[in-house]
Design a binder for this molecule. Structure first.
Ligand code: SF4
Ligand code: SF4
Length: 339
């Protein structure tokens, strides 16, 4: 984003404050400088030379990139682009948490954000390619079981980063280089399937054919295959599925297909404005401070009591929320229905 565009975003903001109550960072810190509208003002302060980068970017670096503010903003302020501009400015000054910096260094070397070598199975005769992103293959064990039950043939690509961390940090040049290097390794002309909505969004943005797991399972399941699942679950909709991929309906459709299941969505923190769990597709757990943990606590309090178990469709939300509450992966519900 250019300086002129930052100025435009600043002038577009009417300071109405609609973005404030939906921002998880503001809700846990209750500090006006954490609000999306304040972040836009801080960017303007940096542009005018009235603030230094460390001051101006401090709260932008706390954002969990949930996009709730943009969805709520009646003026169409592109808050995430402003956040990325501030983060990129901070990177240029060498400001940023060590965990994020080491991950970016790994990506520059062609490794995953965890420093692992990507592994790409090259099998021609398969229906789809299972893309695990930065998740371990073990986290896809139930997906693989369900694929086998459904007769879906697949190969697996592991530890190949989708590039989301580079997007969220505003490092567009590195993102372009990464895409060229990493995506040339993917098997050609095969549909990709991933459980991670952040990966699905990034692969789609790179014009690759990809299905988020709920959509793919929904297409594959036939009513006669499914037995009732006598469970009551509360849904945690992943931010990246809802507000980046715009695929909340895919998750709802799959849940509706499972007979016997009771699904609850306590208002107002489920549905279109579903509240973030703090993980930011795993990437925002690498920031400094307690923000993500405090946001998770807020989220757990919203969901607790609505049902015995939470269900979600993102490996990062699953891993993060599981530290506090019982959580089911969407594919586990499908496995129960296929039993
Ligand atoms: S909702 Fe949009 S216009 Fe209103 S204060 Fe927030 S960023 Fe500014
Ligand atoms: S993306 Fe989420 S955490 Fe970041 S400023 Fe917007 S509402 Fe707050």
């Amino acid at each position: 984003m250019s300086d002129d565009e930052i100025l435009h975003q600043y002038l577009t903001c009417t300071m109405c404050g609609f973005c404030r109550p939906v921002c998880p960072v503001y809700r846990v810190f209750e500090n006006e400088t954490c609000t999306p509208r304040a972040i836009v003002g801080l960017a303007y302060g940096l542009l005018r030379g009235e603030l230094d980068v460390a001051q101006a970017s401090a709260t932008a670096r706390l954002s969990v990139s949930c996009r709730a503010c943009e969805v709520k903003c009646p003026s169409g302020v592109e808050i995430l682009k402003v956040i990325r501009w501030l983060r990129r400015s901070a990177w240029r000054q060498g400001i940023g948490p060590e965990k994020k910096r080491s991950a970016v260094e790994y990506l520059k070397k062609g490794l995953s954000i965890n420093g692992k070598q990507p592994r790409v199975e090259q099998q021609e005769d398969v229906e789809v390619v299972l893309f695990t992103g930065c998740c371990e293959r073990t986290e896809y064990a139930v997906v693989e079981e369900v694929f086998k039950q459904l007769g879906v043939s697949y190969s697996v690509v592991e530890q190949l980063c989708c590039g989301l961390p580079l997007l969220l940090e505003g490092l567009e040049d590195l993102l372009q280089e990464h895409r060229q290097r990493a995506f040339s390794k993917l098997p050609r002309e095969k549909r990709l399937v991933t459980a991670c909505p952040g990966c699905a969004y990034m692969l789609k943005e790179a014009d690759l054919e990809v299905a988020w797991l709920p959509r793919f399972l929904s297409e594959k399941l036939k009513p006669h295959q499914l037995k009732p699942v006598d469970q009551r679950v509360v849904v945690h909709e992943p931010c990246f599925g809802l507000r980046y991929l715009n695929a909340g309906e895919d998750l709802d459709a799959l849940l509706r297909q499972i007979p016997g299941l009771t699904v609850v969505k306590p208002e107002p923190w489920c549905g279109a404005m579903s509240f973030c769990c703090g993980a930011g597709c795993g990437w925002e757990l690498r920031q400094e401070g307690d923000g993500p943990k405090l946001i998770r606590r807020e989220r757990v309090n919203q969901l607790r009591g609505a049902a015995e178990k939470v269900v979600t469709a993102c490996p990062h939300c699953y891993r993060w929320l599981s530290e506090e509450v019982p959580v089911l992966r969407i594919e586990e519900l499908v496995r129960m229905a296929l039993a």
